[in-house]
Design a protein around this ligand. Structure first.
Ligand SMILES: [Zn+2]
Length: 286
């Protein structure tokens, strides 16, 4: 089975429309041809297709309340047992826990004003920001997932003044801001450390499994422009991630900790670039 890809698929852009589920699958945007959620409870969910709809679904465009999978009678579509946090539902919870985005595809038969006229449209990346269970209308537990658009489209309008009283729009262009973060690397760094914080060795347990954060040493984006590479990543608990990002501690040349006791735990397969550690020390500590 091919490797699961989190994030955008190369050469596929938001707004691309596919004729059917087969075409969607061939282009790797959503691989299963039947299932609505592509994912596993070990790795997380890489994509979902919105079609038809559960009664508790809400589609507000940039925010989607997505109903989990299972517990319905296949013929009547009515809820007949509890949904449980396992399988595809747990996959979405894993996304939330690990900061993994999910590709969202809307089908023409999805009951929403945001649905395409025909076929299936790739609508970009969403973050799973929360999940919880409710008692559904039939009295059974149903899991809900709050998805929020991970990136906003930037609309640029150019206007030309023809006369003092008349503004005419001459051209409209739309560009998308793509965050080229490699989510597969964030999985890798957590695997190397088995979800243990490199500072305090803590491993946090939640209802969706273990939790840790992938922290960039030299931050991504302007003006730092740190690279999204394994030698610029740390596996940290949330406390130490916040402390590190805001200069609560730093790391010395020999990887001993500054303003905290001890030394950074580093596995042999994880080579950290000292240049990035130096950059962090110089820019984030007072
Ligand atoms: Zn820690």
């Amino acid at each position: 089975m091919a490797e699961r890809i989190f994030g955008h698929i190369p050469n596929i852009i938001e707004g691309d429309v596919f004729e059917n589920r087969i075409e969607l699958s061939h282009n790797k945007v959503h691989r299963p041809t039947q299932a609505g959620i592509s994912g596993s409870q070990k790795e997380g969910a890489d994509s979902i297709v919105l079609s038809g709809g559960y009664e508790d679904d809400q589609d507000l465009g940039d925010i989607i309340i997505y109903t989990g999978h299972g517990g319905r009678d296949l013929n009547t579509k009515k809820q007949v047992t509890h949904q449980i946090l396992s399988d595809k539902n747990l996959a979405l919870a894993i996304n939330c826990q690990n900061g993994l985005p999910v590709r969202v595809i809307r089908g023409a038969n999805h009951k929403s004003i945001f649905s395409p006229e025909f076929g299936y449209r790739y609508d970009g990346l969403y973050n799973v920001v929360n999940y919880w269970k409710i008692k559904g209308k039939a009295g059974y537990d149903v899991w809900l997932f709050r998805l929020e658009k991970a990136e906003t489209s930037i609309h640029k309008f150019e206007v030309k003044e023809d006369s003092p009283n008349y503004l005419k729009a001459t051209r409209t262009t739309t560009t998308q801001q793509r965050i080229d973060r490699d989510y597969n690397l964030t999985i890798r760094i957590k695997e190397i450390y088995d979800f243990r914080c490199q500072v305090c060795n803590t491993k946090i347990f939640t209802n969706a499994g273990f939790y840790a954060e992938a922290a960039h040493i030299k931050p991504l984006g302007e003006p730092h422009n740190g690279p999204d590479t394994l030698d610029n990543l740390l596996c940290l608990c949330p406390n130490h991630h916040v402390m590190f990002d805001y200069g609560g501690f730093a790391i010395d040349e020999d990887f001993s900790l500054i303003d905290l006791d001890g030394k950074l735990n580093i596995k042999p397969e994880h080579e950290i670039n000292r240049e990035f550690v130096r950059y962090h020390r110089e820019h984030f500590t007072i």
